[in-house]
Design a protein around this ligand. Structure first.
Ligand code: EPU
Length: 434
């Protein structure tokens, strides 16, 4: 099979404006939450990415139909003919398929779900999802790779519970939340994840008629409503902070001056502080980068300064930013020590950066990055979505030509990365692999 490659050549400073698309890690969860109510939903600011198509295929198999009205608008129709079974062929293609568990169990009291796949960066268990739902009255049986979940009360309804998560897991918070909206009584999720995409999901659920307190905090209080009372709604997907960070990193290594339309400073505070430490200036444009604001302006010139950083749950430095920051460190002045606290296996792209001349020692959760003055272009492979995007950024900082394969990973989460970078003056193109 001929797969496309991305070819990048160093081109100097970037200039202009780029519109930041909606967030993958929000839209996929909003789509799954469409299982909770009958009617017609319209999602806007939907990123044009492969994962939306894969999620739509999965939901279609379950009975929630969708069509794109244009590349960034998705209409979903739930006509009540849902079958709470998620087949392996579809589930294994996308980690976010686990997000159908909460809505289906909460609404129908049973679900049969194959265990999900996703990125290849280490074991990604779902024990916290299951123990939270168990506390609400669910029972689980694992057979032949399939989780059979049920609620054995006469009305098949979960009940409220006080749940304290061991760790603020994004997926566990979302599944417990979307199950709790239909539970009998009140559910409290303590030590909940509080990423902006979770607040977006909460806002969507509230627009559907759910009762949720503490949106955006680490303590969510959900008062269950009677089944049948939630309704379909229209919603604009929150801007993608990880795609925004990718363009910030591109400017940081190339120099230049770019406006990121729609990027929200309040969702990226810690990252922006650390970028300032590295010598990158980022300022809000318009009224501050909020929902009605215009976005962020970024300037960079000269050599970056090294920093040490550790990944942490939000509001800490996201693990999804890490490959971008590591790439920036490869050409920065000095030595940076990086600690990964979420996924032990998430340093696999280091070998690819080394092929470009980066000086990195990685061991377990840690990496030491010694900045070099220039990277040098080479053939490299994208190991996952975020590392793939980081290798594109590395290519912008490398002399000669960088040729990136396995670009399907990037297509899962990036809406026209190549087109957007080209518009900013980067020398980058997609070509067929011979
Ligand atoms: N974990 C457990 N048990 C659980 C759940 C999680 O041990 O029951 C562990 C995981 O193994 C991992 C850590 O907790 O070590 C974090 O997992 P979390 O549940 O928070 O992450 P997730 O929901 O699986 C989402 C994003 C990831 C992002 C992480 C962390 C989606 C579809 N995925 O994953 O995004 O890295 O949160 O912020 O929302 C990506 O977009 O490329 C991506 C991988």
């Amino acid at each position: 099979m001929n797969e496309e490659r991305i070819v990048i050549r160093r081109a100097g400073p970037l200039h202009g404006e780029v519109a930041i698309p909606g967030a993958k890690n929000s839209v996929l969860k909003l789509m799954a939450a469409g299982l909770l109510a009958d009617g017609c939903f319209t999602l806007t600011n939907v990123p044009d990415i492969a994962d939306v198509t894969i999620m739509a295929d999965l939901l279609n198999a379950i009975g929630l139909r969708s069509e794109r009205l244009d590349p960034h608008t998705l209409r979903m129709v739930n006509d009540g003919s849902i079958i709470p079974v998620a087949p392996y062929e579809l589930v294994e293609r996308i980690r976010a398929s686990i997000n159908v568990l909460g809505p289906l169990l909460g609404r129908f009291g049973c679900v049969s779900l194959s265990l999900p796949g996703g990125d290849d960066f280490g074991s990604r268990p779902i024990d916290m999802h299951l123990s939270g739902l168990q506390a609400m009255g669910a029972t689980f049986e694992m057979r032949h790779g399939v989780v059979e979940a049920s609620v054995s009360t006469p009305d098949s309804r979960l009940h409220g519970a006080e749940i304290v998560l061991d760790f603020p897991s994004v997926g566990a918070t979302e599944n417990i939340l979307t199950a709790a909206v239909h539970a009998k009584g009140t559910t409290v999720i303590d030590h909940a994840a509080r990423e902006p995409e979770i607040a977006d999901l909460c806002n969507f659920l509230v627009e559907m008629g759910a009762e949720i307190e503490g949106v955006g905090s680490s303590r969510l209080v959900i008062h269950g409503v009677e089944p049948g009372t939630l309704h379909a709604t229209d919603h604009r997907v929150v801007t993608d902070r990880i795609q925004a960070a990718t363009y910030l990193a591109a400017v940081a290594v190339s120099g230049g001056e770019v406006v990121l339309r729609g990027a929200r400073a309040e969702h990226m505070e810690m990252l922006l502080r650390r970028l300032a430490d590295m010598g990158v200036t980022v300022l809000p444009v318009g009224d501050g980068g909020g929902e009605s604001g215009d976005g962020l302006a970024v300037w960079a010139s000269g050599r970056l300064r090294s920093i040490d950083f550790a990944t942490l749950p939000y509001p800490g430095i996201a693990t999804d930013y890490k490959p971008l920051l590591v790439t920036m460190l490869t050409v920065a002045d000095g030595v940076g020590i990086v600690t990964e606290n979420l996924y032990p296996g998430r340093f696999r792209y280091v070998e690819e950066l080394q092929r470009l001349g980066a000086d990195i020692r990685a061991d377990g959760h840690h990496a030491v990055v010694r900045g070099v003055s220039r990277l040098s272009g080479a053939p490299v492979r994208a190991p996952d979505i975020r590392a793939g995007a980081a290798l594109v950024v590395a290519g912008l900082a490398a002399d000669g030509e960088t040729s990136l394969t396995d670009v399907h990973h990037i297509d899962r989460g990036y809406d026209d990365l190549v087109g957007r970078l080209t518009a900013l003056g980067a020398d980058i193109e997609r070509v067929d692999s011979a």
